[in-house]
Design a protein around this ligand. Structure first.
Ligand code: PNS
Length: 163
């Protein structure tokens, strides 16, 4: 049986931490869908279309990685896609409580779907999309923390002097 995993999130923007998790995931699962939540934030930095475009471009060399959007309950989306697994990254103990709640709630909603947690490489454990946006918009350097395409798109948005 081939395993299909869904990697859900806001991806506003995609970071190298996300890329690291997906790169590990392709070694474990036959296919992965990067599922971007529609309207997760009221005022995202990147539009849904930009986030989809970025993820597709970054993973264009990986035929087993698909990029999609979803709204509503994650478990309903996973079921519709006939996927078996939800992948989430765990960076630190601070992530654990929220992830634990989500995994157990999702299991209660659909016991057939399993959540698998993956640890990113240690150099990415402190990165979050929120911090990237904050640092960049205050003029800080985010080089090496996000894919080059994200860095370029941030610069195009003219939010800081230099990436
Ligand atoms: O990147 P994020 O913001 O940490 O991702 C959170 C996400 C998208 C995985 C979560 O908010 C989600 O699954 N939302 C969909 C609605 C849903 O199913 N909520 C119940 C989860 S227990």
């Amino acid at each position: 049986m081939s395993t299909l995993a869904v990697y859900p999130g806001s991806f506003d923007p995609l970071t190298n931490g996300h890329v690291d998790i997906i790169s590990r995931g392709v070694r474990m699962f036959d296919r992965i869908i990067i599922a971007i939540l529609v309207n997760a934030e009221k005022s995202p930095m990147f539009t849904m279309q930009e986030r989809v475009e970025i993820a597709r471009e970054v993973f264009k060399a990986y035929p087993q990685v698909e990029v999609d959007t979803f709204n509503g309950l994650l478990v309903d989306y996973v079921e519709r896609k006939q996927a078996q697994v939800i992948v989430r990254g765990l960076r630190a103990v601070s992530d654990f409580e929220f992830e634990f709640q989500m995994a157990l709630m999702n299991r209660r909603l659909n016991a057939k779907i399993e959540t698998v947690f993956m640890m990113p490489a240690e150099q990415y454990t402190y990165i979050s999309s929120r911090l990237i946006k904050e640092v960049f918009s205050l003029g800080g350097r985010v080089h090496g923390l996000v894919p080059e395409l994200v860095e370029q798109r941030l610069r195009e948005k003219g939010l800081a002097k230099e990436a």
